[in-house]
Design a protein around this ligand. Structure first.
Ligand code: AMP
Length: 125
């Protein structure tokens, strides 16, 4: 079920549990500001999720409330994860779902990195 991104942060969400080490994840990157791990249901040969370590529901929450250091750290981490995955050439797609119309399911900000095949049109028609 898509979540309401205006709700307060729920620290029982699945990515909060991954951050606390309560459930496993195939991590590929970790620093003070971000953690990246393989999506459990990959939709492309490379499908990695990058999340901030801070408790932010969505891009809206993060962009409005995170510190400059958190934002810079997260954005740099997304780039570093893509470079480390070797997908800068031939290319990759970033996607962040925010709220109901976008179908956001997990109420902790995450950016999807998709790569490894031609990714098709930008949006379903
Ligand atoms: P979204 O629809 O943008 O909220 O995407 C949520 C993503 O989280 C989906 O692609 C799920 O496959 C993925 N996901 C859910 N639970 C886990 C988990 N435990 N480990 C890794 N990825 C997960």
């Amino acid at each position: 079920m898509p979540i309401d991104p205006t709700l307060p942060y729920d620290d029982q969400n699945v990515f909060a549990k991954i951050l606390r080490g309560e459930i496993p994840a195939k991590k590929v990157y970790e620093d003070d500001y971000a953690v990246a791990f393989h999506d459990i249901a990959p939709q492309a040969p490379h499908h990695i999720l990058v999340i901030p370590t801070g408790a932010y529901v969505s891009w809206d929450d993060f962009s409005g409330n995170a510190s400059d250091a958190e934002i810079a750290g997260f954005v740099r981490a997304v780039g570093a994860v893509a470079r480390a995955a070797g997908v800068v050439e031939p290319g990759y797609r970033l996607l962040a779902n925010i709220g109901v119309d976008a179908g956001q399911e997990v109420p902790h900000l995450h950016v999807h990195i998709f790569a490894g095949r031609p990714l098709g049109p930008m949006l379903a028609r």
